[in-house]
Design a protein around this ligand. Sequence first.
Ligand SMILES: Nc1ncnc2c1ncn2[C@@H]1O[C@H](COP(=O)(O)OP(=O)(O)O)[C@@H](O)[C@H]1O
Ligand SMILES: N[C@@H](CCC(=O)OP(=O)(O)O)C(=O)O
Length: 265
Amino acid sequence: MKVMRKLKAKRVVIKVGTSTLVYPDGAINLRAIDQLAFVISAMRHRGREVVLVSSGAIGVGLNYMGLKQRPKAIPEQQAVAAIGQTELISIYKERFAVYEQKIGQLLLTRDIFVYPKSHHNVLNTFESLLAQNIVPIVNENDTVAVDELDHETKFGDNDQLSAIVATNIGADLLIMLSDIDGFYDGNPNGDAQANLLPHIAQVDQHTYDLAGGSGSRFGTGGMVTKLKAAERMLNADGQMILANGADPTIIFQILAGEPIGTLFG
Ligand SMILES: Nc1ncnc2c1ncn2[C@@H]1O[C@H](COP(=O)(O)OP(=O)(O)O)[C@@H](O)[C@H]1O
Ligand SMILES: N[C@@H](CCC(=O)OP(=O)(O)O)C(=O)O
């Protein structure tokens, strides 16, 4: 028998990875972007407060510039991100407009909440946008925060930024969409026997031992950063659901309480 979940989801943060927005061949997944705009607008129209944390600046920038590969030099990657972010947000603006939903863009760094002044200013911006029924769309500010672009040596990315945003604005739920159905007891990318874990009450060392790296060409971090995000949500008495973003309308089923993906919390 299917056991439905009871979720608190008045204020929701949705994080989408590059793998949801850009096809493996580098083309932009306009269908996914349109579905996201549709779902989020529908959620807003039903009284939920929604923040979208979207990666994709580099992926979209590469496509826009006709580049097959991410440049090696960090400044060039930053330039691609700057170009791609403009394109990405204009696609979002166009798609959301179809559903008569306004958006606002916030480019943040993860340390912004550490400083009381910027913390206060950022929260004010979120609250003001949400009070006006506008959907904030967040990405890490790749011009300022270069560490996440250097995938060779460092971790940290929008997975964690989404949880930092969610906990600071007091969101009940973080929905993390990726290219995988949920969290498995092994990396399904190499282990065909790996099983999906529908519920994780607590993230501990054993959970981290099951997490591997990224499977996609453009993604960063893999599961480790997603677990860190889940841990952050749990510590703030929130919940996180990791699910497959191949069809973002899956969010409707998630919000209806269907046992989809992995529930942390
Ligand atoms: N235990 C695990 N369960 C599920 N996926 C895992 C696990 N360990 C590693 N992965 C890999 O993590 C990938 C998702 O991370 P990533 O490529 O960074 O996605 P995104 O672009 O959505 O942030 C999956 O496609 C999978 O290959
Ligand atoms: N700020 C970068 C985000 C990189 C990132 O976090 O990627 P992902 O692992 O796909 O969520 C970009 O927009 O390309």
